[in-house]
Write a protein that binds this ligand. Structure first.
Ligand SMILES: *Cc1c(COP(=O)(O)O)cnc(C)c1O
Length: 377
């Protein structure tokens, strides 16, 4: 990557200050491996913050989703109901385990999985003789999905729910931290997320057996024996104790980062409110978003690409919204249920620079270039 200096990125890491103490201690004590005191420490911090009973620190959010599907016993012949409007990492693990992704359209209020389309998909697939494996719900850009309605559908058909909260650590739904309402929740600590371990993830659950099984599979599924004995397929998915040290420092400032990201959203909203046809995504009652990324839908006479190029000229990074997965060549044969809302979102939407360490000057620059584009200067 060879960027001009002074570039304003979409979302960058933001250290709190104590990360280096934890990392230095790991180096000094020679815990430079996938065991060591930062790992249970980090898992404890995650439990404390989310009220989860068990947390397993892992090498990525993708690994956490893969393990979630494995410990729920999802495999070939199972349908996994997944939103079409999400990052590919939500759905790739469905293919890893040989299950079938069934893509479900979003609803307009949160841009997340539509409970009605979900129900329709489940009924239709069961009628066709298919076996529901699980519902993988995603809280996109930090906005909680309509969990109450989705859990009602899940209970009606007795299907377990996995929450992909990779982008939503710190978001709340009806007073609960997201990730804690389904059977399993997952978080990502990738460098672009609200807090980071440079690369990492976590699986949370209230079920001790599921947590133990995830921990077992993440460390190569070594059977209890004095030699190397294996009866299940395992993975090398543990987080490093060095990375967990970064995570410990980051968890100390998570609340602050949520506050700062929410301030970024308010900044844009206040200064761009006069632009006719420009839409933000408000929080529904009872939901609290970490506002990982501020997203907008553009007025009719602008395309995401024209705005992206104009900002690129000024060394500012913006990104289009996710391209729906049912339109991706990788998933061209997967069933899809919905009315194409996500296609409209994709054709109209942009993610704005949303880092918690953006300065007032940088935010001002982004707004100035946007206003110029909308010819409101
Ligand atoms: C980032 C992300 C993931 C994957 O997390 P990694 O830690 O990058 O593997 C999964 N789902 C969503 C929605 C994400 O944004």
């Amino acid at each position: 990557m060879n960027y001009k200096p002074g570039r304003i990125f979409l979302s960058v890491p933001h250290m709190g200050g104590h990360e280096k103490n934890y990392v230095l201690k790991a180096l000094e004590d020679n815990w430079v491996t996938t065991t060591g005191p930062n790992l249970p420490g980090f898992e404890h911090d995650i439990c404390q913050h989310t009220n989860a009973r068990h947390a397993v620190a892992l090498s990525s959010g993708t690994a956490a989703i893969h393990l979630a599907l494995r410990v729920l016993g999802i495999g070939p012949g199972d349908d996994v109901f997944c939103p079409t409007f999400t990052f590919v990492a939500s759905a790739n693990p469905i293919l890893y385990v040989g299950a079938t992704p069934v893509f479900v359209e979003s609803e307009a209020e949160t841009w997340n999985m539509c409970p009605d389309a979900l129900r329709q998909a489940i009924v239709d697939r069961i009628m066709a003789g298919r076996k529901p494996g699980c519902i993988l719900v995603v809280h996109l850009y930090g906005m909680p999905a309509r969990l109450k309605e989705i859990m009602t559908v899940a209970e009606e058909f007795k299907i377990p729910v996995v929450e992909d909260a990779a982008e939503a650590l710190g978001s709340r739904y009806g007073g609960h931290q997201v990730g804690t309402l389904g059977s399993i929740g997952i978080f990502s600590f990738n460098g672009n997320k609200i807090v980071t371990t440079s690369g990492g993830g976590a699986l949370i659950t209230a079920n001790e057996q599921l947590a133990n099984q995830a921990r077992f599979l993440a460390a190569q599924a070594k059977d209890p024996a004095p030699y190397y004995q294996h009866s299940q397929l395992g993975y090398n998915y543990r987080l490093s104790n060095v990375s967990a040290g970064i995570g410990r420092g980051q968890m100390e400032v998570l609340e602050k980062r949520v506050k700062q990201r929410r301030e970024v959203y308010v900044y844009y909203k206040d200064r761009l409110k006069e632009i006719e046809g420009l839409e933000f995504l408000p929080e529904p009652k009872g939901s609290f978003s970490n506002r990982w990324l501020t997203t907008v839908l553009l007025p009719d006479n602008h395309t995401p690409e024209s705005i992206r190029l104009a900002l690129e000229e000024e060394n500012i990074e913006v990104r289009p919204l996710w391209k729906p997965l049912h339109l991706q060549p990788l998933f061209k044969d997967a069933p899809y249920y919905g009315n194409n809302l996500s296609e409209q979102l994709f054709s109209r939407g942009l993610c704005l620079p949303s880092s918690s360490n953006l300065t007032e000057e940088e935010l001002g620059k982004v707004v100035k270039v946007l206003l110029q584009q909308f010819q409101q200067m």
